[in-house]
Write a protein that binds this ligand. Structure first.
Ligand code: SAM
Length: 311
């Protein structure tokens, strides 16, 4: 039954590409994340397209955005703006913490977050747990500009498994856990639950920090309230910070933040700049002012969180 359903899904998926192509007289890729709102990219060349046991995978070239990678019809990254997301997800918690040795990345099979985490010389071990081994394989081959050799770094251990299962059975502790997953649809759904956050809390060293990809609040406000509530069950300090990634359509993206240590928010620009001096390699988005400003949330988000608190 499952394979018939998958064949059907894949058929609809391919039809979408075909229809989008003929409709514009060129090849276009229409994202299918939202029912009534979408972005399309002109496909200059398909680099890779396949179905793993879990997801529909595609990478194509686009003149303006470079290589574009999508899973199940949802844009995962483009070469043009991926650095915003990967720098904010990696450096904000690691710089705030100030003495990170061990990091766990859940998801992140494209290697972008891994590349940024490894820029910190203090880090001696990174475990990356990706559910779909095909994503790692084809990212190494077709997205070398994203991982930039990160997968081969001797400090890295790659585990192909469900992150939710892995964290339940893990025996070691981490200073930072970064959940760089797909949206809460399909295999990613379990990574937005109270149970998962509880297990992450258990696996963090004291004053450890959890961050995640938490959707675009203007379009996915329910993800905000759901994760806020689920994380408040287990962490003392729960919040969000923001970043602007143009190809995650609908406005700025929220990154989830959770820790038992609230003093991280008092970090000064001077402290951030001193810690930035430890980083090897250039940054294109993250800096001390961006770090501080990213935690400023607009009223509509604060209202959403207040509503959650009153539940
Ligand atoms: N930057 C992207 C975004 O904001 O949506 C995420 C990129 S990364 C490619 C997302 C990865 O999460 C995918 O490779 C997917 O296979 C992985 N993933 C989804 N569910 C997972 C799970 N339960 N355990 C581990 N990895 C998972």
């Amino acid at each position: 039954m499952n394979s018939l359903r998958n064949q059907l899904k894949y058929g609809i998926f391919s039809l979408t590409i075909l229809l989008a192509s003929t409709a514009f007289g060129q090849s276009w890729y229409a994202e299918t994340l939202y029912d009534q709102y979408a972005q399309s990219f002109q496909i200059d060349k398909i680099i890779y397209q396949d179905k793993s046991d879990l997801q529909d995978l595609i990478i194509f070239e686009n003149k303006d955005f470079g290589r574009v990678f999508a899973l199940d019809g949802i844009i995962q990254l483009t070469e043009r703006d991926e650095y915003v997301y990967h720098e904010m997800l990696a450096h904000t918690p690691i710089i705030a913490h100030g003495n990170v040795k061990k990091v766990l990345v859940i998801g992140g099979g494209d290697g972008g977050v891994l590349r940024e985490v490894l820029k910190h010389k203090s880090i001696d071990r990174v475990v990356l747990v990706e559910i779909d081994g095909d994503v790692v394989d084809f990212s190494k081959k077709y997205l070398p500009n994203i991982s930039k050799g990160a997968f081969e770094d001797p400090r890295v251990e790659i585990v192909i498994a469900d992150g939710c299962q892995y964290i339940k059975e893990a025996q070691e502790f981490f200073d930072v856990i970064i959940c760089d997953s797909t949206d809460p649809i399909g295999p990613g759904e379990v990574l937005f639950t109270s149970e998962f956050y509880n297990d992450c809390h258990t696996r963090l060293n004291p004053a450890g920090i959890f961050v995640n990809q938490n959707g675009v609040p203007f379009m996915q406000a329910d993800e905000l309230s759901m994760t806020y509530k689920n994380r408040k069950d287990h962490f003392k300090d729960v919040g969000f910070y923001l970043g602007v990634i143009p190809t995650y359509i609908g406005g700025f993206m929220a990154f989830g933040w959770a820790s038992d240590e609230s003093s991280y928010h008092n970090i000064t620009e001077e402290q951030i700049n001193n810690r930035l001096e430890q980083i090897k390699g250039p940054l294109k988005y993250y800096n001390a002012k961006i770090h501080k400003a990213s935690f400023a949330l607009p009223e509509f988000m604060l209202d959403e969180l207040k509503k959650t608190e009153s539940l």
